[in-house]
Design a protein around this ligand. Structure first.
Ligand code: HGY
Ligand code: MN
Ligand code: MN
Length: 419
């Protein structure tokens, strides 16, 4: 049966051609910025829906803005196997983060349809729209919708321009009231599989094209607001200042030190907005974000305690106000062991010389949400120097082809196991 299937080389070429089509849609000319519910997201969603239909899937854009495609199995009533990832990006992001996993699902469906193979279970492909959570204070909201864990408070969240998520969703063509109905019943999805670039250095360092994810690290994000006193940069004596920016800067360095002193942890201040932001004004306020992660939940909890204590001490000593507003928290999510084995079988069938390397994920993924409603597993594919969330993100067509062929072989392995 597998002789009818496209080779890894053909799949890689198809993937790069599809990504070139999909990545025309950006909110910023000359960069790849495709934020949730933006005009570029709408264009990309329409493109994905069309590509799904060409591949033999019936497809629609759902109430939360994700694109869902489905091809029925040989018999009714079986739980589906879903391949998913996301088509939203960070600002000035890379071409492969999320997009590759969606294109992979479409190409797997197309290859099975072209080979005349009907699976014993429905095959679904989903392009989630809010995995990066860059525009609104949400956390994996579109996959959480399918997991039945959508937080209605997200609808009231606002972006940097003050646009409310619910208003943006309606303008996009979505339907806030229709989100609860997106929740999948436990047992209705037999497996959720996601192909994603590693966004780290391990596979490249070990000269392996693919790897199997064991666990997705725990993570927490918060918005922090520092309130000091704006003043004339030329007249306010240093000893009398309540400089919000220098207080925030000391907190950013404290986060860095805390992350550095916890095992395999990371901590990042990615957004830093001083106000009013004028050369000759002592900043009266600063809004910044913190993002910290660790492989173990208890490490994350210890970091959170240290962060709150250090930030409070700095605020008191400097006489500024401190407001920490957490908006996203995810426990570490182990990947399903049986699905990891199915992926390992898919790797071996693709190339006996390929290692079934296991490794954790420092990055978050929609698989964290989907693991709440289905067994979930992820396949990593090597990307150049592990660079991601950057226009320098790159990978080879050959590796993309190998990874998509592994996904194809894994789906066939699951079909075999359901006999
Ligand atoms: O931030 C993350 O871990 C993911 O890329 N959204
Ligand atoms: Mn991603
Ligand atoms: Mn990302």
């Amino acid at each position: 049966m597998t002789q009818m299937l496209p080779s890894a080389a053909v799949l890689g070429a198809r993937a790069f051609a599809a990504l070139a089509g999909l990545n025309r849609f950006s909110d910023e000319p000359g960069k790849l910025t495709r934020l949730y519910l933006s005009p570029a997201h709408r264009q990309a969603a329409e493109w994905v829906k069309g590509a799904m239909e060409v591949a033999g899937l019936s497809a629609f854009i759902d109430a939360a803005g994700s694109v869902q495609g489905r091809r029925d199995g040989a018999a009714a009533g079986h739980p589906s196997v879903m391949i998913g990832s996301h088509i939203d990006t960070v600002k000035d992001g890379g071409r492969f983060d999320g997009n590759l996993g969606v294109v992979a699902g479409i190409l797997v469906a197309q290859a099975l349809r072209d080979a005349g193979i009907t699976l014993p279970f429905p095959l679904e492909v989903v392009a989630f729209g809010d995995e990066e959570n860059v525009r609104f204070p949400t956390h994996l909201s579109t996959s959480e919708a399918l997991a039945g864990r959508y937080d209605p408070a997200w609808l009231d969240g606002r972006d940097a321009d003050g646009v409310k998520l619910s208003d943006a969703l309606v303008a996009f063509g979505g339907n806030p009231a229709g989100i609860p109905a997106l929740a999948r019943k436990p047992g209705s999805i037999r497996a959720y599989l996601e192909l994603h670039i590693e966004q780290g250095p391990v596979l490249e360092a070990e000269n392996e094209p693919v790897g199997i994810v064991t666990t997705i690290n725990a993570q927490s994000r918060a918005r922090v607001r520092i309130t000091g006193e704006a003043g004339h940069a030329g007249t306010v004596p240093m000893a009398l200042r309540k400089d919000a920016l220098t207080a925030a800067a000391e907190m950013a360095l404290a986060l860095e030190a805390i992350a550095g002193s916890h095992e395999l942890a990371v901590g990042t201040v990615g957004v830093f907005r001083p106000n009013p932001g004028a050369t000759n004004v002592v900043p009266g306020a600063v809004e910044f974000t913190i993002d910290f992660r660790a492989p173990k939940n208890e490490t994350l909890a210890s970091m959170e305690t240290a962060i709150r204590a250090r930030f409070a001490e700095i605020a008191t000593r400097r006489g500024v106000g401190l407001d920490i507003v957490p908006y996203a928290r995810a426990e570490a999510v182990p990947m399903d062991p049986a699905l990891q084995e199915a992926l390992a079988a898919g790797v071996t069938k693709t190339g006996s010389n390929l290692a079934t390397r296991r490794l954790p994920s420092g990055a978050g993924h929609d698989a964290m949400s989907m693991a709440a409603v289905a067994p979930a597993a992820m396949l990593f594919v090597r990307n150049e120097k592990g660079i991601s969330h950057s226009p320098l993100e790159n990978m080879t067509e050959a590796d993309a082809g190998i990874a998509i062929r592994v996904m194809l072989e894994t789906i066939l392995e699951l079909a075999e196991r359901s006999k």
